[in-house]
Design a protein around this ligand. Structure first.
Ligand SMILES: [Zn+2]
Length: 276
């Protein structure tokens, strides 16, 4: 396992014969309690979770499952225990322990955040530019995995995840580590006037909006990572416990899936976190 191009102070880029992925250095310290990873690479077959499009052919499905098997094997998780919600840009965060579900990949839970305290379960989200957040409370041993695209960010799903960790599992926000996977960043997240206005209205409460809404060459850009960090800090998450990969999916679209770059035939990356 060699370090590679995307490695930085926060993440470690691991390349193996079959699969490439990132791990957060801070979470690697808890490898005895959790498994985790964020898939990178440009394999278009790595897309089992495209729930809203035509089903995969048998061949594609098999390739995709093989990728998941390899990925899980590398991080020491059981791919048969992956639970993936049906992401729909909602602010719905579901505790796996509250619902009855088979541990299947295509579970049709309409939600964009999953939480569990169950050992063996692996929580999955996917992205191609959206923000994915991995949560871990090493004291209470609770994990969560949340998809916060721009719509989820406006609905403050990151706050709703923390609230649920506190209310259901008694987590102390000071203990919770939050990892921000690669996503589109302020360098590339250009929005129209209407979306800019939505962000302005929702987040002027955060103070100086010039910190996260910019005009460059007469185009609007929003820093959704900054907004999520502010929301998390507002919930009592410590700055030191917010681990930002700092990686832009558009700037690195040769190796990370990006909807803005790939267009309608985009692939998806997967973020996994599981309790051992
Ligand atoms: Zn960029």
């Amino acid at each position: 396992m060699n370090n590679d191009v995307l490695s930085n102070n926060t993440v470690n880029h691991i390349k193996t014969e079959h699969i490439e992925y990132l791990q957060f250095r801070k979470l690697q310290k808890y490898n005895n309690i959790i498994s985790h990873g964020y898939s990178v690479g440009i394999d278009k077959n790595f897309r089992t979770f495209r729930s809203n499009r035509e089903p995969l052919s048998n061949n594609e499905y098999e390739n995709s499952m093989n990728n998941y098997k390899q990925f899980c094997k590398q991080i020491g998780a059981d791919y048969k225990n992956i639970i993936k919600a049906n992401q729909a840009h909602t602010d719905n965060v579901v505790s796996i322990d509250e619902i009855n579900t088979n541990n299947t990949i295509d579970t049709k839970i309409l939600s964009d955040g999953l939480i569990t305290n169950k050992r063996g379960i692996v929580l999955a989200t996917t992205n191609a530019d959206c923000i994915l957040l991995l949560f871990f409370d090493p004291v209470k041993k609770i994990i969560a995995n949340t998809h916060s695209g721009w719509k989820g960010t406006i609905q403050e799903i990151s706050i709703k995840t923390v609230e649920k960790m506190i209310n259901i599992y008694g987590c102390n926000p000071k203990d919770i580590i939050v990892c921000i996977c690669p996503s589109i960043r302020k360098c590339h997240f250009e929005v129209g006037e209407d979306v800019k206005e939505m962000f302005y209205k929702q987040f002027k409460k955060l103070g100086n909006t010039d910190e996260f809404i910019f005009n460059r060459h007469e185009k609007w850009y929003v820093d959704t990572v900054y907004i999520n960090k502010m929301l998390l800090k507002g919930m009592g998450i410590l700055e030191d416990n917010i681990e930002d990969s700092g990686i832009c999916s558009v700037c690195n679209s040769n190796i990370i899936h990006s909807y803005r770059v790939e267009g309608k035939d985009y692939g998806l990356a997967t973020a996994l976190i599981g309790l051992r």
